[in-house]
Design a protein around this ligand. Sequence first.
Ligand code: 5GP
Length: 206
Amino acid sequence: MSHNAGKLFVISGPSGTGKGTICAELLKDIGNEFSVSMTTRSPREGEVHGREYFFVSREEFLDNVEKGNFLEHATVFDNFYGTPKDMVLKRLEKGRNVILDIDVQGGLQVKQAMPEAVLIFILPPSLTELRKRLEGRKTEEPEIIEKRLSKALNEIRFIGEYDYYIVNDDVDTAVANARGIIMAETSRVPDKVRPIIRKYEQEKGE
Ligand code: 5GP
């Protein structure tokens, strides 16, 4: 990859932590692009095929697994979710930063496949606050909320595998922190500095 290739950012965290809102804000910044996942879950009201997700059947999903089309895939709340590999790689090659909003199982697979990916974990201020937010959504049944809280704690146990964490107490502050991480990571001197030096040598005619 050339020195001006984009960076891959994985944003994970329990549902209800405001991951979606943070990602939406980051996507307003030039150079950041969202990777649209494939899922077998049904679309929620207002969701559009190809925008939030590619909504597919289980057969179609498994066919993609078999063909090796996913960078990672996982089962989340009884549905399959996966990140289409091609789209991510093409965008990185074009120098775009790619943002994945995926769960911890997926994040760990991405780190294995692409150790240069940057993993950011979004934490709720507390589980009590997370419960309040989930209840406030009024879209989930009580037993689903309990399931999500258990999954939240299980996910938090993996935070040590992530590179950064952000506590989402106040969304503007959380977004500012995420922007700071992206800015710092995209300014990091890469391991292979030769292409950068070469660019300046060529400019000087050496
Ligand atoms: P939801 O169904 O509420 O949109 O998402 C449920 C969970 O699945 C969220 O934690 C979200 O980050 C995760 N998710 C969405 N797309 C993917 C994906 O492609 N791979 C993995 N591993 N998780 C995903």
